[in-house]
Design a protein around this ligand. Structure first.
Ligand code: HEC
Length: 399
């Protein structure tokens, strides 16, 4: 019963997290596009009022006229009730941390820890996860403060450190958890940028404008660097969030390298869109992203191809049936016996010979080619058993 309720909790928090994330990234992409699309005002009167740029648009049956004032209108005080875009970011982070706790911390032994990588106790694994999230922000924030006048060097360092984190975490957690952990570190950096730098900077500027002082531009410039980082981190972070469905990316010895390549592809694609807002179409960018993805696909290609030169002994169903029952069906059953599982994960049932047969290709992908299943190898599947399963499937999966 508690596993069943936990599934509902997980569903609701995930749904919320997804909607919050869309609202946040949607608003952030919109404002970046708006900023890049503004045109200098044509009429003298608007310029006198301090309009820096404006844009006419049409959406949902009405016409909109957006105007940007760098330091507020010149002809009247900035006393309006301003809408602050911040809860989209905060609620994404809060629900994301809740997801991390519900999926990875509550079942740390299954999802976070992989004893083939490192034998950790759940408490230690959770401590490392929370510790690296906090450390990630502190290191990043310090680098930004030290190097804010050298944005390119800063960007390269942030990328290099993220790759280093991916490499390190791959030697601590299960491949799948290492990816989510990198995503959590980077996502936390994005939200902390909003919470600790961008919003306080805007508050300070607003207070100075309202007090009739000339606003200090430094907080604005510091906030801008963080905004630029956030926009480039978006696509890589979103990849980590969906990566758990694609074990071919994380469940191999080069998971960190594949993440580095796909992350770079995400940055390059975002750059392409930013330039395109300014009417610059640089075809080399999507081509570069394509090459990076192709390189990742090449590195991730299954190494465990059945060796056609050496014929494998004929493997009957009777050899693999007990393997699937012991190693997989504790979770993948109509009535799972593994604690924490109320129903068959991903809807994959492996109770009957017919179910095993009809899932043969998926079993191959998960348990032979990538070894992503059993999760964290919690049921202790041996290499011999994987080879037998692979042989049975390549020989036609007959029952
Ligand atoms: C500890 C429980 C557990 C064990 C044991 C386990 N799995 Fe899974 N399996 C899961 C979970 C959880 C998911 C869902 C993963 C997700 O949502 O990304 C899953 C997903 C799958 C999927 C669907 C993946 C997809 O997205 O298409 C397949 C296929 C699969 N497992 C096969 C196996 C095989 C084969 C074994 C035995 C060698 C096995 N599993 C052992 C928990 C388990």
């Amino acid at each position: 019963m508690s596993a069943y309720l936990a599934d509902w909790l997980s569903l609701l928090v995930r749904w919320f997290h997804f909607v919050a994330g869309i609202s946040w990234i949607g608003a952030s992409f919109y404002f970046i596009w708006l900023d890049d699309s503004l045109q200098a005002p044509q009429d003298e009167e608007a310029r006198r009022r301090g309009v820096f740029g404006d844009l006419w648009s049409v959406h949902g049956g009405g016409f909109y006229h957006s105007q940007k004032y760098l330091t507020g209108p010149k002809d009247k005080p900035l006393t309006q009730n301003l809408h602050w875009f911040k809860w989209e970011a905060y609620s994404t982070w809060l629900s994301g941390m809740a997801m991390l706790a519900i999926v990875y911390y509550a079942n740390a032994g299954t999802f976070l820890i992989d004893t083939r990588v490192l034998s950790l106790t759940p408490a230690l694994a959770i401590g490392i996860s929370l510790g690296t999230i906090a450390a990630g922000w502190l290191i990043y924030d310090t680098l930004c403060r030290l190097l804010f006048s050298r944005p390119l060097l800063l960007g390269i360092l942030v990328y290099a450190l993220s790759v280093f984190a991916a490499w390190g975490l791959q030697h601590v957690f299960s491949g799948r958890a290492a990816y989510i952990q990198v995503g959590s570190i980077l996502g936390t950096i994005m939200v902390a940028n909003v919470f600790f730098v961008i919003i306080p900077g805007q508050r300070k500027m607003l207070a100075q404008i309202r007090a009739g002082q000339k606003p200090d531009t430094l907080p604005g410039r510091l906030g801008k660097i963080r905004s630029v980082h956030n926009t480039y981190l978006t696509l890589p972070v979103l990849f980590t969030m969906i990566s758990n469905h694609y074990p071919m990316t994380y469940a191999n010895g080069y998971g960190w390298l594949i993440l580095a390549l796909l992350g770079a592809a995400g940055v390059v694609v975002r750059y392409f869109f930013i330039l395109s807002h300014r009417r610059r179409i640089v075809v080399a960018l999507p081509m570069t992203a394509g090459i990076l993805v192709a390189a990742a696909a090449f590195i991730a290609a299954p190494h465990l191809q059945p060796d056609s030169a050496a014929p494998t002994p004929s493997t009957p169903f009777a050899r693999i049936a007990p393997v699937v029952r012991e190693r997989c069906a504790v979770c993948h059953s109509i009535a799972p016996t593994r604690p924490g599982f109320a129903s068959a994960p991903a809807g994959v049932l492996l109770d009957t010979p017919q179910e095993i047969q009809s899932n043969a290709q998926r079993i191959y992908a998960q348990a032979v080619a990538t070894q992503a299943m059993p999760l964290g190898n919690v049921t202790g599947m041996t290499a011999k058993e994987r080879a037998a399963l692979g042989a049975w499937i390549t020989q036609g999966a007959k029952i």
